[in-house]
Design a protein around this ligand. Structure first.
Ligand code: IPM
Ligand code: MG
Length: 358
């Protein structure tokens, strides 16, 4: 098959991890007789530097003309105080909205050989296997108004948490569909004891549930969910939740696997292309030093093969290779224990290639 992939390296370690990932994708293309053509475009801080715009129209057009989008990371201290209030993150939020990527899949899969890297006890985290399904184009991130205003004669700020029923329904349906393919257990996370948007969320979940009698459903308040995730993560199969709750819970959940550097994600809508990115950020502290863990981005590419290209064997080959390098004890700095050899981004990528070749 011939596929065009838009690469958005973004900022910081984004550049390094997407580079590593294209090498792995090329290897896959080689092995399975595909051709992947890459087109590069600017996003985030890099785009601000070049175009004074975190998401140039050209980038949007390039993405829309491709079969899949692979993104590194955006942001960094350099752009924190832009005079016009332009922020790299607007590029990321903008592309999610432009491509209508309402469903963000963040699988949290423990690798047995990494359970020691987690700050939690081995028996709590080993074999953890859950999926966070985060709503990605609504809620506090996009609700209007979002502004500064005067209240009682002093400066105030307002953000708006808004959800239309149709927005809730489509993500919740995805949640049930996903649970159906897994262990048939869906946890919907909300704050229905306080928020009206959460009460609409919960009502809608109950309605959609009628179409999925085979899926076991429970509702959990977000504060309790945050606690349960570290108390007993294995109770979860699929978690479906709104945008900001999902943002917070997925960072928390990443620690179950030992490092934020391990978590891949897929953002998909009802039409192609999907966008694939690691959950981690641009890590300005180690940017350019060749220390970044490329595995989350490599695993994100595997999700692209699986969800956008329907290349199941190819995706599975990458997942197996990632698991195998970890089992063989190869470690980048973020997942190494004291005394273990620390590999560079490139060396880790080589290890993945070595396994793929065999
Ligand atoms: C994420 C990130 C982004 C988000 C930021 C960079 C805007 O934290 O993808 O989880 O909040 O969605
Ligand atoms: Mg986040």
């Amino acid at each position: 098959m011939n596929k065009t992939i838009t690469i958005l390296p973004g900022d910081g370690i984004g550049l390094e991890v997407v580079k590593a990932t294209t090498v792995v994708l090329d290897k896959i293309a080689d092995m399975y007789g595909h051709q992947f053509d890459y087109q590069y475009a600017d996003i985030g801080g890099a785009a601000i530097d070049k175009h004074e715009d975190p998401l140039p129209q050209e980038t949007i057009d390039t993405c829309k003309k491709s079969d899949g989008v692979l993104l590194g990371a955006v942001g960094g201290p350099k752009w924190d105080n832009h005079p016009k209030g332009i922020r790299p993150e607007q590029g990321l939020l903008g592309i999610r909205k432009e491509l209508q990527l309402f469903a963000n899949l963040r699988p949290v899969t423990g690798h047995e050989s990494l359970t020691d890297s987690s700050t939690l006890r081995k028996e709590v985290v080993d074999n953890v296997d859950l999926m966070i399904l985060r709503e990605l184009t609504g809620g506090l991130y996009f609700g209007e108004p979002q502004e500064r205003r005067q209240v009682d004669g002093e400066e105030a700020a307002v953000d708006t948490m808004q959800y239309k029923k149709s927005e809730i329904e489509r993500i919740v349906r995805q949640g049930f569909e996903m649970a159906k393919l897994r262990r048939k257990q869906l946890t919907s996370v909300d704050k229905a004891n306080v928020l009206e948007s959460s009460r609409l969320w919960r009502e809608t979940v109950e309605e959609v549930k009628k179409d999925y009698p085979e899926v076991e459903l429970d509702h959990m308040l977000v504060d309790n969910a945050a606690m349960q995730l570290i108390r007993d993560p294995k109770q979860f199969d699929v978690i479906v939740t709104e945008n900001m709750f999902g943002d917070i819970l997925s960072d928390e959940a990443s620690m179950l696997t030992g490092s934020l550097g391990m978590l891949p994600s897929a953002s998909i809508g009802s039409t192609a292309p999907g966008l694939y990115e690691p959950v981690h950020g641009s890590a300005p502290d180690i940017a350019g030093e060749g220390k970044a863990n490329p595995l989350a981005t490599i695993s994100s590419a595997a999700m692209m093969l699986k969800y956008s290209f329907d290349m199941q064997d190819e995706a599975a080959a990458i997942d197996r290779a990632v698991a195998s390098v970890l089992t063989n004890g190869h470690r980048t700095g973020d997942i190494a224990k004291q005394g273990e050899t620390v590999l560079s981004t490139e060396e880790m990528t080589e290890k993945v290639l070595d396994v793929l070749k065999n």
